[in-house]
Design a protein around this ligand. Structure first.
Ligand code: NDP
Length: 443
């Protein structure tokens, strides 16, 4: 049996029920076959066994009291996966679907994504099954304070630096930072995604969406075209989706769809981003309200954004939202490129279908790495006690995303798999971490 197969069987047997983690581990490990064959020292040093086992996984009770005086209990998670190349780094997801398997899939992916940025950050992820939707500001504060009252023991500017993710935006990061400071008495860059008045970085809010578009543009340019004049389908209407739409529009594309967990809009004239921002960022409302601002747009609760004929698709909502059926609709309509803004939004069958139909496909761990890269730039600014301008950060982000594209393309080429950016991203991300682990001995 191959080394990869042996480790995968063991990962699946040792982590029963964690289907998203199995999916992520399978996708990464299967694309490392050639690398581990070429480097027998990885097997000798149990690199795959060690990289698939988190350094530690912390689970804890998060009690909080609602506005009616009723107590609730949620479960908190922090999985510190790998710190071979830097302190653990990865977001905190607040969503009712959160469980250990989802946090482990995200933490595992984060190892390779963070490595691809070229910056010194390890992989981790956390969150809770708490649902922030419909909660009052006081309830959110209460939850965040309770969450950090336990989490603070395990994090620190040189230890583990969490950030936002689904359900955790600037407000939640602010409450968590305040609680950490209150408990420890230490003012340090322990979280990223902070507000600009207390150590946040300019361009962090925009970074994941902008970065996704910079990488997509670079990938298209390398294939003789660009976003200019292209029609684009975006899914989601959160942080990543909004800023991907903004940058793609700036580069001359026309974004015609966006979605949320209840429905989606198709606006043939191009999405009116000001209207979306007002609904989602200001009022925290539903996308169904979009029609009030743009009567000609269509809102639907059935079907999906992938049924619209577009040149480029940017899935920016959540995992496994683009399945084989969605992929088939896109290919039928002659999509040229798909780049993942969300983490693992395409199912393995969809990815395979894109690749076998010669669609340029950029996986999330490369395409959405701009967020964590800019978080690492926020850490640098905090350590230096300096802040850079928007243009400085944006310029660095652009450079990082271009490098990521060229590194993953080169890694794919080296192993004779030209344009297979899934394999390229896994190999390029893995090698740096694996070599650091080798250098540091069996830990
Ligand atoms: P937000 O919470 O800001 O937005 C998430 C969007 O996806 C919302 O429109 C939400 O709809 C929709 N959504 C969430 N869950 C589901 C679901 N189960 N089905 C359908 N739609 C859903 O999150 P972000 O934009 O920050 O994150 C989006 C994705 O990008 C995630 O996969 C995240 O891990 C990834 N990512 C984010 C980074 C960042 O910097 N923010 C960095 C790298 C990756 P609704 O409004 O109805 O909840």
């Amino acid at each position: 049996m191959s080394y990869v197969k042996e480790v995968l069987d063991s990962v699946i047997a040792r982590n029963p029920g964690e289907k998203e983690f199995h999916q992520a581990a399978t996708e990464v490990l299967e694309s490392l076959e050639l690398v581990v064959e070429k480097n027998p020292q990885y097997r000798k040093n149990a690199i795959l066994e060690r990289i698939t086992e988190p350094d530690r996984q912390i689970m804890f009770r998060v009690p909080w009291i609602d506005d009616n005086g009723v107590a609730h209990v949620n479960r908190g998670f922090r999985v510190q996966f790998n710190n071979a190349i830097g302190p653990y780094k990865g977001g905190l997801r607040l969503h009712p679907s959160v469980n250990l398997g989802i946090i482990k899939f995200l933490g595992f992916e984060q190892i390779f994504k963070n490595s691809l940025t070229g910056l010194p950050i390890g992989g981790g992820k956390g969150g809770s099954d708490f649902d922030p939707k419909g909660k009052s500001d006081r309830e959110i504060f209460e939850f965040c304070r309770s969450f950090v009252t336990e989490l603070y023991k395990y994090i620190g500017a040189d230890v583990d630096v969490p950030a936002g993710d689904i359900g955790t935006g600037a407000r939640e990061i602010g409450y968590m930072f305040g609680t950490y400071k209150k408990i420890t008495g230490v003012y340090e860059g322990v979280l990223t995604g902070k507000g600009l008045t207390y150590g946040g970085s300019l361009a962090r809010t925009e970074a994941t969406g902008y970065g996704l578009v910079y990488l997509t543009e670079e990938m298209l340019k390398a294939h003789g075209t660009s976003l200019k004049g292209k029609t684009v389908a975006v899914s989601g209407s959160g942080n990543v989706a909004i800023y991907a739409t903004q940058k793609a529009t700036e580069l001359g594309a026309k974004v015609v769809t966006m979605s949320d967990s209840t429905g989606w809009v198709y606006d043939p004239d191009g999405i009116d981003l000001a209207a979306v921002k007002e609904i989602k960022e200001v009022r925290r409302g539903r996308l169904s309200e979009y029609k009030n601002a743009r009567p000609k747009a269509q809102y639907s609760t059935s079907g999906r954004v992938w049924q619209v004929a577009v040149d480029v698709a940017l899935p920016c909502a959540t995992q496994n939202e683009l399945d084989l059926e969605g992929a088939k609709m896109l290919v039928k309509n002659k999509v040229k490129a798909v780049a993942e803004g969300a983490n693992m939004p395409s199912t393995p069958e969809a990815v395979h279908y894109f690749q076998s139909n010669k669609v340029l496909f950029a996986p999330g761990k490369a395409a959405n790495a701009g967020g964590v890269a800019t978080s690492a730039l926020e850490m640098s600014q905090n350590s230096q006690r300096l802040s850079w301008t928007f243009a400085e950060v944006d310029e660095k982000l652009k450079g990082i995303m271009k490098n990521i594209y060229h590194n993953i393309a080169a890694a794919a080429n080296e192993f004779g798999m030209t344009d297979n950016f899934v394999v390229g991203a896994n190999i390029a991300g893995f090698k740096k971490v694996a070599d650091a682990m080798l250098a540091q001995g069996i830990q």
